[in-house]
Design a protein around this ligand. Structure first.
Ligand SMILES: [Zn+2]
Length: 475
């Protein structure tokens, strides 16, 4: 569909596309946000103008963990349905990144090849994005303390999302994680909500881990009573005073079988169908990503059975359970950027992957959180009796070594390597034959490691991973 841009919008589009072409030419990482900045400077309404062409619906995905995988799962389902989708690149999850994604994929003539949009966005940027693109569906994965907002700012974050949900267009559908109390509470008073959750009680764990938060009733502030948790504060709960309880999920997984790191099988039910869903992912946190993505697809009119069929050949997103080979060894790249995410990635690697060899890469740049004290909230004690060899690297490798020492991991099992290529090589060499190396980096450390792996030919550059290319101009 051709976007109605006007002279100013066309100028903005061309300025953005020129910027993208130039930055690609200069190998500046494919220009994932800069074209957005430039376009918006020329015409602040450019995003609104381009987004109007997405006539088959727009979904915005937000929350602390799981945004990238959830958006990728949903996009995979929609692509299998033959819907042309546009999505922002992982990490470009501010409004400039969304603008850049649409500018990059729109032809110079203003033709927008995509008809549906799937955008991941930071919680704080959500209200502004909703105002500009008026999405039909807003999906919230979960709310955890991030490494950046450690001191009770979760309420502020929930406030941003509540504001966005209430200013959405009339017909907006909220897709919410029923098992996260703070997320579930966001649905109160909204006209259209789809809840998704896990209903396999055999996997519930009795206690809250020490990194847990949001365990108080959002109505009266009493401590919530938990029948059990799947991880962190996510599970089956109710308020003892009776004023708040876990909503019954509209889309729920009634049985979850995790088969190593390769795949998991979920029995998923909604009001109409029950389906066996097989997906090449592992870990309970990914089971959540699957059910919320299926719920969002349903909001866009895709029945459960067709989502189930599509998910069989899903390929994990950028840095999230990405399979690679390093120094002849199979390796898994698992982004770990905050306490809850790190705990779940570790738990999955140990329990389902049998991991004994690790490369942990800790950076303290802006996108990672400059205060690395959050690593003290990660349960590295999980590694104490398991890890045979751990290579630590990154700007703050020494802090990580201290943390691991306090987890009573002996010094002869920890190796500090400062250079990225040497760290990868050392970790691969220490991985026994037939085993998998688990690479757990923070965000910018992942970018550094991926850059090395791309130079070595183990990975394709991420800006080549777009699946929707603009069609040639018809004019
Ligand atoms: Zn209460």
């Amino acid at each position: 569909m051709r976007a109605k841009l006007g002279p100013r919008g066309s100028a903005a589009l061309w300025a953005g596309k020129l910027t993208a072409a130039l930055s690609r030419g200069l190998r500046r990482g494919g220009g994932t946000t800069l074209p957005g900045d430039v376009s918006r400077w020329v015409d602040p309404a450019i995003l609104t103008k381009l987004a109007r062409s997405l006539d088959q619906g727009t979904v915005v995905v937000t929350g602390t963990n799981g945004k990238t995988t959830t958006a990728a799962l949903l996009r995979h389902i929609l692509d299998a349905e033959g819907r042309q989708t546009v999505a922002n690149q992982s990490g470009a999850n501010l409004i400039f990144g969304v603008t850049a994604a649409l500018v990059n994929q729109t032809a110079w003539s203003g033709d927008v090849p995509a008809r549906a949009g799937v955008f991941e966005i930071d919680e704080a940027s959500l209200p502004a994005l909703v105002k500009e693109i008026a999405p039909g569906t807003i999906l919230v994965t979960n709310l955890f303390r991030d490494q950046l907002d450690r001191y009770g700012e979760l309420e502020t974050t929930a406030g941003h999302i509540r504001r966005a949900l209430s200013q959405g267009p009339e017909g907006v559908t909220a897709v919410l994680n029923a098992d996260d109390p703070m997320v579930a509470a966001l649905g109160e008073g909204l006209p259209r909500v789809l809840y998704a959750g896990l209903d396999d009680v055999s996997l519930l764990q009795p206690e809250l881990s020490h990194g847990a938060d949001a365990k108080f009733c959002p109505r009266c502030g009493s401590a919530l009573a938990f029948d059990g948790v799947y991880f962190g504060h996510v599970g089956h709960y109710h308020c003892p005073t009776g004023d708040f309880t876990r909503p019954v999920p509209d889309v729920r997984a009634t049985s979850i079988v995790i088969d190593g790191m390769e795949r998991m099988r979920l029995r998923v039910a909604d009001a109409r169908e029950v389906e066996q869903v097989e997906v090449p992912l592992s870990g309970l946190y990914n089971a959540y990503n699957v059910v919320v993505a299926i719920a969002a697809a349903r909001a866009l009119g895709v029945p459960l059975s067709r989502s189930a069929r599509a998910l069989k050949n899903f390929a994990p997103a950028f840095g999230r359970m990405e399979r690679i080979r390093v120094g002849g060894r199979p390796a898994l790249l698992l982004l770990a950027k905050n306490p809850t995410g790190f705990n779940e990635v570790l738990r999955t690697a140990i329990r389902f992957g049998g991991g004994t060899s690790f490369l942990i890469a800790l950076n303290d740049r802006i996108a990672d959180g400059q205060d690395v004290s959050w690593i003290w909230d990660v349960d590295f004690e999980q590694l104490t009796n398991v890890a045979r060899h751990i290579v630590v690297t990154g700007d703050r490798a020494l802090d990580m070594r201290v943390r691991l020492k306090y987890a009573e991991i002996s010094a002869n099992r920890i190796e500090v390597v400062t250079e990225w290529p040497a760290a990868l090589q050392g970790a691969a060499e220490a991985t026994p034959e037939g085993e998998t190396l688990f690479i757990l980096p923070t965000y910018t450390a992942m970018l550094e490691l991926r850059a090395v792996l791309t130079r070595q030919g183990a990975l394709r550059p991420y800006w080549q991973r777009q699946t929707v290319e603009p069609k040639p101009d018809r004019s």
